[in-house]
Write a new protein. Structure first.
Length: 279
Protein backbone atom coordinates (compact mmCIF):
# COMPACT_ATOMS: atom_id res chain seq x y z
CA UNK A 1 0.00 0.00 0.00
CA UNK A 2 0.92 3.63 -0.32
CA UNK A 3 1.59 4.15 3.36
CA UNK A 4 4.06 1.27 3.54
CA UNK A 5 5.90 2.52 0.49
CA UNK A 6 6.06 5.96 1.94
CA UNK A 7 7.41 4.56 5.19
CA UNK A 8 10.06 2.58 3.35
CA UNK A 9 11.07 5.63 1.44
CA UNK A 10 11.41 7.69 4.60
CA UNK A 11 13.47 4.98 6.23
CA UNK A 12 15.67 4.72 3.19
CA UNK A 13 16.25 8.45 2.96
CA UNK A 14 17.02 8.70 6.68
CA UNK A 15 19.68 6.05 6.23
CA UNK A 16 21.07 7.82 3.18
CA UNK A 17 21.13 11.00 5.15
CA UNK A 18 23.08 9.37 7.95
CA UNK A 19 25.61 8.05 5.46
CA UNK A 20 25.98 11.43 3.80
CA UNK A 21 26.44 13.09 7.18
CA UNK A 22 29.11 10.63 8.22
CA UNK A 23 30.90 11.17 4.93
CA UNK A 24 30.82 14.93 5.33
CA UNK A 25 32.09 14.65 8.89
CA UNK A 26 34.94 12.37 7.84
CA UNK A 27 35.79 14.72 4.98
CA UNK A 28 35.95 17.79 7.21
CA UNK A 29 37.78 16.10 10.06
CA UNK A 30 40.27 14.61 7.59
CA UNK A 31 41.14 18.08 6.32
CA UNK A 32 41.81 19.21 9.90
CA UNK A 33 43.48 15.92 10.75
CA UNK A 34 46.06 16.36 8.01
CA UNK A 35 46.92 19.82 9.33
CA UNK A 36 46.96 18.72 12.96
CA UNK A 37 49.15 15.72 12.17
CA UNK A 38 46.67 13.17 13.46
CA UNK A 39 47.73 10.66 10.81
CA UNK A 40 50.52 8.16 11.38
CA UNK A 41 52.08 5.35 9.40
CA UNK A 42 52.40 1.76 10.63
CA UNK A 43 54.67 -0.92 9.17
CA UNK A 44 53.97 -4.58 8.55
CA UNK A 45 56.79 -7.02 7.68
CA UNK A 46 56.86 -9.21 4.58
CA UNK A 47 58.56 -12.40 5.70
CA UNK A 48 60.68 -14.42 3.29
CA UNK A 49 60.47 -18.09 4.33
CA UNK A 50 63.29 -19.22 2.02
CA UNK A 51 65.83 -17.02 3.80
CA UNK A 52 64.04 -16.57 7.14
CA UNK A 53 64.45 -12.81 6.68
CA UNK A 54 62.43 -9.62 6.52
CA UNK A 55 63.78 -7.27 3.89
CA UNK A 56 60.53 -5.52 2.98
CA UNK A 57 57.57 -3.97 4.76
CA UNK A 58 54.27 -2.31 3.85
CA UNK A 59 53.39 1.20 5.01
CA UNK A 60 49.77 1.48 6.19
CA UNK A 61 48.04 4.71 7.19
CA UNK A 62 46.41 5.09 10.59
CA UNK A 63 44.13 7.91 11.68
CA UNK A 64 42.90 8.68 15.16
CA UNK A 65 40.59 11.70 15.31
CA UNK A 66 39.55 13.30 18.64
CA UNK A 67 35.92 13.48 17.51
CA UNK A 68 35.57 10.27 15.47
CA UNK A 69 38.07 8.02 17.23
CA UNK A 70 40.08 5.65 15.04
CA UNK A 71 38.79 5.67 11.45
CA UNK A 72 39.51 2.68 9.21
CA UNK A 73 41.73 3.40 6.19
CA UNK A 74 39.21 1.72 3.88
CA UNK A 75 36.73 4.41 4.87
CA UNK A 76 38.87 7.55 4.87
CA UNK A 77 40.84 6.61 1.74
CA UNK A 78 37.59 6.40 -0.20
CA UNK A 79 36.45 9.76 1.19
CA UNK A 80 39.84 11.27 0.37
CA UNK A 81 39.61 10.01 -3.20
CA UNK A 82 36.19 11.59 -3.65
CA UNK A 83 36.94 14.87 -1.89
CA UNK A 84 40.24 15.54 -3.66
CA UNK A 85 42.34 15.00 -0.53
CA UNK A 86 44.04 11.84 -1.76
CA UNK A 87 46.96 13.73 -3.23
CA UNK A 88 47.82 15.39 0.09
CA UNK A 89 47.30 12.11 1.91
CA UNK A 90 49.45 10.26 -0.63
CA UNK A 91 52.25 12.81 -0.31
CA UNK A 92 52.10 12.53 3.45
CA UNK A 93 52.40 8.74 3.58
CA UNK A 94 55.11 8.68 0.91
CA UNK A 95 57.31 11.22 2.67
CA UNK A 96 56.76 9.74 6.10
CA UNK A 97 57.50 6.21 4.92
CA UNK A 98 60.69 7.25 3.15
CA UNK A 99 61.89 9.30 6.12
CA UNK A 100 61.14 6.46 8.56
CA UNK A 101 62.78 3.75 6.49
CA UNK A 102 65.87 5.87 5.71
CA UNK A 103 66.25 6.32 9.44
CA UNK A 104 65.73 2.62 10.11
CA UNK A 105 68.32 1.71 7.47
CA UNK A 106 71.01 3.76 9.22
CA UNK A 107 71.18 0.99 11.82
CA UNK A 108 70.88 -1.98 9.48
CA UNK A 109 73.32 -4.11 7.50
CA UNK A 110 70.75 -5.24 4.95
CA UNK A 111 68.60 -2.35 3.75
CA UNK A 112 64.82 -2.49 4.25
CA UNK A 113 62.49 -1.89 1.30
CA UNK A 114 59.16 -0.16 1.88
CA UNK A 115 55.92 -0.62 -0.07
CA UNK A 116 53.51 2.32 -0.26
CA UNK A 117 49.91 1.99 -1.47
CA UNK A 118 49.01 4.27 -4.36
CA UNK A 119 45.35 4.80 -5.17
CA UNK A 120 44.01 4.63 -8.70
CA UNK A 121 43.25 8.37 -8.68
CA UNK A 122 46.83 9.18 -7.72
CA UNK A 123 48.31 6.99 -10.41
CA UNK A 124 46.08 8.24 -13.19
CA UNK A 125 45.39 11.87 -12.28
CA UNK A 126 48.31 13.28 -10.31
CA UNK A 127 51.93 13.88 -11.38
CA UNK A 128 52.93 10.72 -9.54
CA UNK A 129 56.23 10.14 -11.36
CA UNK A 130 57.49 13.61 -10.41
CA UNK A 131 56.19 13.18 -6.86
CA UNK A 132 58.03 9.89 -6.40
CA UNK A 133 61.19 11.34 -7.90
CA UNK A 134 61.01 14.38 -5.65
CA UNK A 135 60.28 12.38 -2.50
CA UNK A 136 63.24 10.11 -3.23
CA UNK A 137 65.57 13.05 -3.86
CA UNK A 138 64.85 14.38 -0.35
CA UNK A 139 66.13 11.13 1.16
CA UNK A 140 69.35 9.23 0.77
CA UNK A 141 67.32 6.17 -0.16
CA UNK A 142 67.97 4.13 -3.27
CA UNK A 143 64.93 4.06 -5.58
CA UNK A 144 64.92 0.25 -5.54
CA UNK A 145 64.08 0.40 -1.82
CA UNK A 146 60.71 1.90 -2.70
CA UNK A 147 57.86 -0.22 -4.01
CA UNK A 148 54.40 0.98 -4.91
CA UNK A 149 51.29 -1.18 -4.57
CA UNK A 150 48.48 -0.60 -7.03
CA UNK A 151 45.12 -2.34 -7.38
CA UNK A 152 43.32 -3.65 -10.38
CA UNK A 153 40.85 -0.77 -10.33
CA UNK A 154 43.61 1.26 -11.96
CA UNK A 155 43.87 -1.20 -14.83
CA UNK A 156 40.15 -1.28 -15.36
CA UNK A 157 39.87 2.52 -15.35
CA UNK A 158 42.52 3.06 -18.00
CA UNK A 159 44.86 0.21 -18.80
CA UNK A 160 46.97 1.99 -21.42
CA UNK A 161 47.66 5.04 -19.25
CA UNK A 162 48.37 2.85 -16.23
CA UNK A 163 50.92 0.83 -18.18
CA UNK A 164 52.58 3.99 -19.48
CA UNK A 165 52.85 5.55 -16.00
CA UNK A 166 54.09 2.28 -14.46
CA UNK A 167 56.82 2.06 -17.10
CA UNK A 168 58.01 5.55 -16.12
CA UNK A 169 57.92 4.62 -12.45
CA UNK A 170 60.02 1.53 -13.09
CA UNK A 171 62.46 3.64 -15.07
CA UNK A 172 63.12 5.54 -11.84
CA UNK A 173 64.13 2.20 -10.34
CA UNK A 174 61.02 1.96 -8.15
CA UNK A 175 59.38 -1.48 -7.89
CA UNK A 176 55.72 -2.20 -8.60
CA UNK A 177 53.35 -4.72 -6.99
CA UNK A 178 49.80 -5.60 -8.04
CA UNK A 179 47.69 -5.69 -4.87
CA UNK A 180 44.51 -7.63 -4.03
CA UNK A 181 45.12 -10.04 -6.88
CA UNK A 182 42.15 -12.23 -7.63
CA UNK A 183 39.42 -9.95 -6.33
CA UNK A 184 38.78 -7.85 -9.41
CA UNK A 185 38.89 -8.74 -13.05
CA UNK A 186 42.43 -10.07 -13.06
CA UNK A 187 43.16 -11.95 -16.18
CA UNK A 188 46.26 -13.55 -17.58
CA UNK A 189 46.24 -11.03 -20.40
CA UNK A 190 46.40 -8.15 -17.93
CA UNK A 191 49.15 -9.64 -15.87
CA UNK A 192 51.49 -10.60 -18.69
CA UNK A 193 51.35 -7.06 -20.09
CA UNK A 194 51.66 -5.27 -16.77
CA UNK A 195 55.02 -3.74 -15.84
CA UNK A 196 55.27 -5.14 -12.31
CA UNK A 197 57.60 -7.50 -10.52
CA UNK A 198 55.25 -8.73 -7.85
CA UNK A 199 51.68 -9.79 -7.21
CA UNK A 200 49.90 -9.96 -3.86
CA UNK A 201 47.28 -12.66 -3.42
CA UNK A 202 44.28 -11.19 -1.65
CA UNK A 203 43.75 -12.24 1.94
CA UNK A 204 40.30 -13.57 1.16
CA UNK A 205 41.76 -16.47 -0.85
CA UNK A 206 44.52 -17.05 1.65
CA UNK A 207 42.10 -17.23 4.54
CA UNK A 208 39.73 -19.56 2.73
CA UNK A 209 42.38 -21.91 1.41
CA UNK A 210 42.30 -24.18 4.44
CA UNK A 211 38.51 -24.29 4.36
CA UNK A 212 37.75 -24.72 0.67
CA UNK A 213 39.73 -27.06 -1.52
CA UNK A 214 38.96 -24.85 -4.55
CA UNK A 215 40.59 -21.86 -2.92
CA UNK A 216 43.67 -23.89 -2.10
CA UNK A 217 43.94 -24.97 -5.74
CA UNK A 218 43.42 -21.38 -6.82
CA UNK A 219 46.19 -20.08 -4.56
CA UNK A 220 48.54 -22.79 -5.79
CA UNK A 221 47.68 -21.95 -9.40
CA UNK A 222 48.18 -18.20 -8.89
CA UNK A 223 51.62 -18.86 -7.44
CA UNK A 224 52.55 -21.20 -10.32
CA UNK A 225 51.23 -18.71 -12.89
CA UNK A 226 53.09 -15.79 -11.31
CA UNK A 227 56.31 -17.82 -11.37
CA UNK A 228 55.78 -18.71 -15.01
CA UNK A 229 55.48 -14.98 -15.72
CA UNK A 230 58.58 -14.24 -13.63
CA UNK A 231 56.74 -12.35 -10.92
CA UNK A 232 57.36 -12.64 -7.19
CA UNK A 233 54.36 -13.61 -5.07
CA UNK A 234 53.19 -12.29 -1.72
CA UNK A 235 50.40 -13.90 0.30
CA UNK A 236 48.60 -11.47 2.60
CA UNK A 237 46.34 -12.21 5.56
CA UNK A 238 48.46 -15.12 6.82
CA UNK A 239 47.23 -15.78 10.34
CA UNK A 240 48.36 -19.35 11.13
CA UNK A 241 51.41 -21.59 10.91
CA UNK A 242 49.40 -24.00 8.78
CA UNK A 243 48.89 -21.28 6.17
CA UNK A 244 52.53 -20.34 6.26
CA UNK A 245 53.70 -23.92 5.78
CA UNK A 246 51.35 -24.61 2.91
CA UNK A 247 52.19 -21.35 1.12
CA UNK A 248 55.90 -22.00 1.53
CA UNK A 249 55.43 -25.46 0.04
CA UNK A 250 53.62 -23.88 -2.93
CA UNK A 251 56.64 -21.63 -3.49
CA UNK A 252 55.24 -18.34 -2.23
CA UNK A 253 58.07 -15.78 -1.92
CA UNK A 254 56.72 -13.56 0.85
CA UNK A 255 54.34 -14.06 3.75
CA UNK A 256 52.45 -11.10 5.23
CA UNK A 257 49.96 -11.31 8.07
CA UNK A 258 49.18 -11.33 11.77
CA UNK A 259 51.00 -14.66 12.19
CA UNK A 260 54.26 -12.82 11.52
CA UNK A 261 53.25 -9.40 12.86
CA UNK A 262 50.36 -6.93 12.63
CA UNK A 263 51.13 -3.46 11.28
CA UNK A 264 52.96 -1.57 14.08
CA UNK A 265 54.57 1.86 14.66
CA UNK A 266 58.17 2.33 13.50
CA UNK A 267 59.80 1.79 16.90
CA UNK A 268 57.91 -1.47 17.44
CA UNK A 269 58.82 -2.58 13.92
CA UNK A 270 62.47 -1.87 14.66
CA UNK A 271 62.25 -3.94 17.87
CA UNK A 272 60.58 -6.76 15.93
CA UNK A 273 63.55 -6.82 13.53
CA UNK A 274 66.03 -6.86 16.43
CA UNK A 275 64.18 -9.77 18.04
CA UNK A 276 64.21 -11.69 14.75
CA UNK A 277 67.93 -11.15 14.35
CA UNK A 278 68.69 -12.42 17.84
CA UNK A 279 66.31 -15.38 17.73
P1 LIG B 1 45.61 -3.44 1.63
O1 LIG B 1 46.58 -2.61 0.88
O2 LIG B 1 45.12 -4.69 0.98
O3 LIG B 1 46.30 -3.75 3.02
C1 LIG B 1 46.21 -4.97 3.72
C2 LIG B 1 45.21 -4.87 4.85
O4 LIG B 1 45.15 -6.14 5.51
C3 LIG B 1 45.59 -3.87 5.92
O5 LIG B 1 44.38 -3.30 6.42
C4 LIG B 1 46.26 -4.76 6.98
O6 LIG B 1 46.24 -4.19 8.28
C5 LIG B 1 45.37 -5.97 6.90
N1 LIG B 1 46.03 -7.19 7.37
C6 LIG B 1 47.35 -7.47 7.42
N2 LIG B 1 47.56 -8.72 7.88
C7 LIG B 1 46.35 -9.25 8.14
C8 LIG B 1 45.91 -10.52 8.64
O7 LIG B 1 46.68 -11.43 8.94
N3 LIG B 1 44.57 -10.69 8.76
C9 LIG B 1 43.67 -9.72 8.43
N4 LIG B 1 42.37 -9.96 8.57
N5 LIG B 1 44.05 -8.51 7.95
C10 LIG B 1 45.37 -8.28 7.80
P2 LIG B 1 44.28 -1.75 6.76
O8 LIG B 1 45.57 -1.27 7.35
O9 LIG B 1 43.03 -1.58 7.55
O10 LIG B 1 44.12 -1.07 5.35
C11 LIG B 1 43.00 -1.32 4.56
C12 LIG B 1 43.19 -0.79 3.16
O11 LIG B 1 43.27 0.64 3.16
C13 LIG B 1 44.47 -1.26 2.50
O12 LIG B 1 44.30 -2.57 2.00
C14 LIG B 1 44.64 -0.21 1.42
O13 LIG B 1 43.83 -0.51 0.31
C15 LIG B 1 44.11 1.04 2.11
N6 LIG B 1 45.24 1.82 2.62
C16 LIG B 1 45.91 1.76 3.80
N7 LIG B 1 46.92 2.65 3.84
C17 LIG B 1 46.90 3.30 2.65
C18 LIG B 1 47.71 4.37 2.07
O14 LIG B 1 48.68 4.87 2.65
N8 LIG B 1 47.34 4.77 0.81
C19 LIG B 1 46.30 4.20 0.11
N9 LIG B 1 46.02 4.67 -1.13
N10 LIG B 1 45.56 3.21 0.61
C20 LIG B 1 45.85 2.77 1.87
CA1 LIG C 1 48.53 -3.00 -0.05
CA1 LIG D 1 45.99 -6.20 -0.37
CA1 LIG E 1 42.51 -4.63 0.25
Amino acid sequence: SKTVKRGEFLFYSAEMNEQAQRRLLVENQLRKGLEREELTVYYQPLYQPQTDQVTCCEALLRWNNPELGPVRPDEFIEVAEESGQIEALGQFVLNRALTDISQLNLQRHTPMQVAVNISAKQLLYSPIVEQLQQALSHQSLDASLLKIEITESVLIADFETAVMVLRQIRQLGVHVALDDFGTGYSSLAYLSRLPCEEIKIDKEFVQNMLIHRDDENLVQSIIAMAKALNRRVVAEGVETLEHLEKLTLFGCDYIQGYYISPPVPLDAFSRFLDDMASA
